[in-house]
Design a binder for this molecule. Sequence first.
Ligand code: HEM
Length: 141
Amino acid sequence: MDRLEVVLPVLNASLILISGVCLLVGFYFIRVRRHIKHHKRSMIAATLFAALFLIVYVTRTVLFGGKLFAGSGWGRIVYLGILGSHSVLAVLVGPMALVTLYRAFNRDFGRHRRIARLTLPTWLYVAVTGWIVYWMLYHMA
Ligand code: HEM
């Protein structure tokens, strides 16, 4: 198998996971420490890692296409359920993140907080299920 075909999925899953960790760090800084500068930096880092993920994901799909889940029965049903919710929310979280950032940069912090409380858990769900999908696809079956 092409080395790149093995490396890119690991890189992909790592980028989305790092993005999720940056989100948690950013949440800690605003919620516990009320430290806006560190919150801002962590959230920008989360956005950059998510953007990198998107670039690697598109590159991988163009170069190698999609990979089908090899399992069957309940494993397959669980996999498809996770993949479905992951994909739908991954599409939604992009515009949600842009609005969240837009409001923050416009110093519209009240409305920023309102949408951010939806964006954050949605983004985390996408990050965690992204890792689960990767694991089920490449290490389970
Ligand atoms: C997409 C990236 C971002 C996400 C997901 C995010 C997430 C959050 C969340 C969940 C809260 C509410 C915390 C709570 O429950 O009290 C919050 C508050 C806040 N965020 Fe962000 N944030 C992001 C980007 C930014 C940026 C870039 C800035 C600075 C320019 C910023 C400044 C603030 C401030 C000042 C608050 C406090 C608002 C208040 O309590 O009225 N955020 N953010």
